[in-house]
Design a protein around this ligand. Structure first.
Ligand SMILES: *[C@@H]1O[C@H](CO)[C@@H](O)[C@H](O)[C@H]1NC(C)=O
Ligand SMILES: *[C@@H]1O[C@H](CO)[C@@H](O)[C@H](O)[C@H]1NC(C)=O
Ligand SMILES: *[C@@H]1O[C@H](CO)[C@@H](O)[C@H](O)[C@H]1NC(C)=O
Ligand SMILES: *[C@@H]1O[C@H](CO)[C@@H](O)[C@H](O)[C@H]1NC(C)=O
Length: 458
């Protein structure tokens, strides 16, 4: 929609004015004989050069403000559209994700410190040892504990992973008791009776890797990491290579429970090296990796456990719980970083909005009083019309009105008018017309004055 600007309304009682525009020089003057010539010293260039500049700046500012506004609007839309507003992401994932549904409960509700043991190959042998020990001491009144350091000194062993911090600082470790562990090894046995039996047996055979392993079970059940590790160091030292995994899994459990889970992973991997076909080792490693938040490796470990033993109870559930948890963490992290981004964008948005407001205020404040402003505007538009060679202003028409020659031009709305309020637009138009009229009168006067001045001089 264009609006009509009456560009010039010259009162020409004396002169017939030929309006010329579209010349590059654009400066014109009415000569004595009433002709208009292009001239560098035009009324316009001399009159208010500063204002023209200001107007141009103002126009730039207006465009900047409009650009900013549009930028702010898109930014706001984008921020609004972002999917980080979900307040109950956790519940949503638990109730919709496939793995979460199969898992049945969050990973945090699984026991990732589940005690594991590798049993001696032969159950009969195992039972024989226990029974044998029991018989020997069944008559004793007071049970004593199986003290491995008492049995044999072992300052250092190549096989005992002495370099690990957990092993080095074994005196300092604390672990939770592995209650019920002995029942797995030998059901129905009394723990103190068992401990005492192992102790007596160890006295007889001071280098039995089996007995050291048994003693370690006692200390694990008791939650005594130091004594358990002392026994396990000896068990590792005396174990034939192919049976070292039994002591390694025990040591892995102790270190894991003592919160040396990374070292526990090293130990359990060593156990797997010895016997890759033991599902217990893979399962133990899966739990350790889950605690270490190394979910990919945890999943692989549980998968390995299932490969070795497809009917391994609960491993499938663990596997899905880890997958579920890993997705949940990813989603929460994504939401977190999205919120961080949104936050910084909102800050940026506020900054830009303030800047926009300032510019907008400036835009308004730099505007001269309406008449002056609109006069400047007009002048500027005229200038543009006259300077433009692109057809703008070409739909100007010259006509007679009340004995005046009127040049009227249709101009396209400038981009920066869009988005400002219609109200403002309308009042602007009205004012424009008024200003044009008053200005036209003065311009006519000026021309007359100039003519008079020139006549006077000559
Ligand atoms: C085990 O024996 C050592 C050395 O004889 C002793 O220092 C330690 O206190 C004993 N530990 C227990 C739990 O009896
Ligand atoms: C061992 O424990 C003591 C106190 O229980 C503590 O002061 C010391 O720092 C611990 N040492 C290590 C290596 O953890
Ligand atoms: C001690 O125990 C180990 C393994 O448990 C066995 O191989 C060895 O023969 C035993 N030694 C004696 C003297 O009984
Ligand atoms: C876990 O696996 C996924 C896909 O298999 C991969 O994108 C991601 O980077 C892995 N994470 C780690 C910590 O290795």
């Amino acid at each position: 929609m264009g609006f009509r600007i009456v560009v010039l309304n010259l009162w020409i009682g004396v002169f017939t004015i030929l309006l010329r525009y579209g010349k590059a020089s654009t400066h014109w003057i009415v000569t004595e004989d009433g002709k208009i010539q292009s001239q560098m010293d035009s009324v316009f260039s001399l009159k208010r050069p500063y204002d023209l500049m200001a107007l141009m700046q103002q126009e730039q500012r207006a465009m900047l403000v409009e650009d900013l506004k549009e930028h702010l609007m898109t930014q706001k839309e984008e921020i609004d559209r972002r999917e980080d507003k979900e307040t109950n992401l956790e519940d949503k994932i638990y109730s919709t994700d496939e793995d979460c549904i199969i898992a049945g409960k969050p990973l945090t509700e699984f026991d990732l410190y589940f005690s594991t043991v590798i049993l001696f190959d032969s159950k009969e042998l195992r039972q024989a040892i226990v029974n044998d020990c029991m018989k020997e001491v069944s008559t004793r009144e007071k049970y004593k504990k199986p003290n491995c350091t008492e049995i044999i000194e072992l300052d250092f062993s190549m096989h005992a992973f002495e370099h690990l911090m957990g092993v080095k600082n074994r005196h300092n470790l604390s672990m939770s008791a592995e209650e019920g562990l002995l029942q797995t090894v030998s059901s129905g046995v009394d723990i103190e009776e068992f401990g005492n039996a192992v102790r007596e047996a160890m006295k007889k055979n001071k280098t039995s890797w089996m007995l050291f392993n048994m003693a370690a079970y006692y200390w694990r059940e008791k939650g005594d990491a130091n004594n358990a590790i002392e026994c396990l160091r000896r068990a590792l030292h005396f174990s034939p290579r192919e049976h070292k995994d039994i002591a390694l899994i025990s040591l892995g459990n102790v270190l894991h429970r003592a919160h040396f889970s990374e070292e526990a992973a090293v130990i359990v991997r060593a156990a797997i090296d010895i016997d890759p076909d033991n599902a217990i080792s893979h399962y133990t490693l899966g739990n350790i990796y889950a605690v270490l938040a190394d979910y990919n490796k945890s999943v692989v470990s549980f998968e390995n456990a299932l490969k070795v033993q497809p009917d391994f109870k609960n491993v499938e559930q663990h596997l899905h719980a880890v997958l579920c948890h890993s997705k949940l963490e990813k989603a929460l992290e994504a939401q977190h970083s999205s919120l961080q981004r949104t936050l910084s964008e909102l800050r940026e948005y506020r900054k830009q909005h303030e800047f926009w407001l300032k510019q907008h205020e400036k835009l308004l404040s730099e505007q001269a009083p309406p008449e002056v402003k609109l006069e400047q505007r007009l002048e500027y538009e005229e200038q543009k019309i006259r300077e433009s060679l692109d057809g703008r202003g070409q739909d100007c028409v010259q006509f007679q009105q009340n004995g005046h020659t009127v040049l009227s031009c249709n101009m396209r709305r400038e981009a920066y008018y869009q988005g400002t309020q219609t109200q403002v637009d309308l009042s602007l138009n009205l004012q424009l017309i008024q200003a044009v009229e008053s200005r036209a009168g003065r311009l006519g006067q000026k021309v007359a004055d100039k003519m008079a001045d020139q006549c006077h001089r000559s």
